[in-house]
Design a protein around this ligand. Structure first.
Ligand code: F6P
Length: 323
């Protein structure tokens, strides 16, 4: 079927995530295969306002599939949130003949995509964030790579904690979401997982450590999402209260880099291809996602309003089996 649009742009916005490059590659190749011209917008919405636009052909995205980060760079733009900035972005799209935009990023980036769509620039959002905190999809691009990285790091920490019979508090990313802490916690057998979604106190952490001790446990891992506590502070408290030598590690941005896992590469490729399909049939203001492994797409505003229950069953399960 002939495409309803002739030229699209693709940008990455907000915190980067491994797999963004795989999505860019899929967008460029899927569009070119349909005879649609593609340009890359560098540095997210800031680059759109500045007209930082480059043509993208199929060979321009060779050998980026396996690379972490984003070849188009990413940024957070305050100017884009102003009326003036938004108008500049629209003008740049019109001047460059951009009839549709694929926005690869998190929910902050999707709000901008919604505003652009409402003003006549059709947008499709592709969820990419290590936080996995977008309710309209089961998984976001980058999450799988991130938790595998955390698991690798915590396994290493566990080796030395076991040798010295110590406790380790590991702070992971997640300012507002605990999916990284929860999944990595289950996969590493963490004694306690602190997440923003589940109220708990340091007293609960101590109780769990003491309980483990009574069952003969000699080394402990506590995972804390950055949104609820800090490793240094918590370590000191655990050591002072229990007498167990406790060390703190803040994993930081190591979690956001690295070559994407096969799972993230496949997900990103599917999302990128679907985003182009939607624009090609004239759809606008959509966000793509995956539910029970099937691709889905929703109205952007409906998607942003969706609420997903935190998987308490997993949280409780971990609490039971991490004794
Ligand atoms: O990418 C998501 C995220 O990693 C959050 O977990 C974290 O709070 C935030 O981005 C930090 O981003 P930056 O260091 O780029 O401000």
């Amino acid at each position: 079927m002939e495409s309803k649009i002739k030229k699209i742009g693709v940008l990455t916005s907000g915190g980067d995530a491994p797999g963004m490059n795989a999505a860019i590659r899929a967008v460029v190749r899927a569009a070119r295969a349909r005879g649609i011209e593609v340009v890359g917008v560098r540095r997210g919405y800031a680059g759109l306002i500045a007209g930082d636009i480059i043509p993208m052909y199929v060979r321009d995205v060779s050998n980026i599939l396996q690379a972490g980060g984003t070849a188009l760079f990413s940024a957070r733009s305050k100017e884009f949130c102003t009326e003036e900035g938004m108008q500049k972005a629209i003008d740049v799209c019109q001047e460059n003949g951009i009839e549709g935009l694929v926005v690869i990023g998190g929910d902050g980036s999707f709000r901008g995509a919604g505003d652009l769509s409402a003003r006549g620039i059709p947008c499709v959002g592709v969820p990419a964030t290590i936080d996995n905190d977008i309710s309209s999809t089961d998984y976001t691009i980058g999450f799988d790579t991130c938790i595998n990285c955390v698991v690798d790091m915590v396994d290493r920490i566990r080796d030395t904690m076991r040798s010295h019979e110590r406790c380790s508090v590991v702070e992971v990313m997640g300012r507002h979401a605990g999916y990284v802490a929860l999944h990595a916690g289950i996969a590493t057998g963490a004694t306690f997982v602190m997440v923003p979604e589940v109220p708990c106190s340091v007293v609960d952490v101590i109780k769990k450590i003491e309980e483990g001790r009574r069952f003969g446990k000699t080394n402990f891992i506590v995972l804390v999402a950055e949104g609820v506590g800090h490793a240094e502070e918590l370590s000191r408290y655990i050591q002072d209260t229990t007498g167990i030598v406790t060390r703190a590690t803040v994993l930081g941005h190591v979690q956001r880099g690295g070559s994407p896992t096969s799972r993230d590469r496949v997900l990103a490729s599917r999302f990128g291809n679907l985003a182009v399909e939607l624009l090609a049939i004239g759809k606008s203001n959509r966000v793509v996602g995956v539910k029970n492994d099937a691709l889905v797409d929703y109205d952007l505003h409906e998607a942003l309003a969706m609420k997903r229950e935190f998987p308490m069953d997993l949280y409780v399960m971990n609490d039971i089996i991490s004794i």
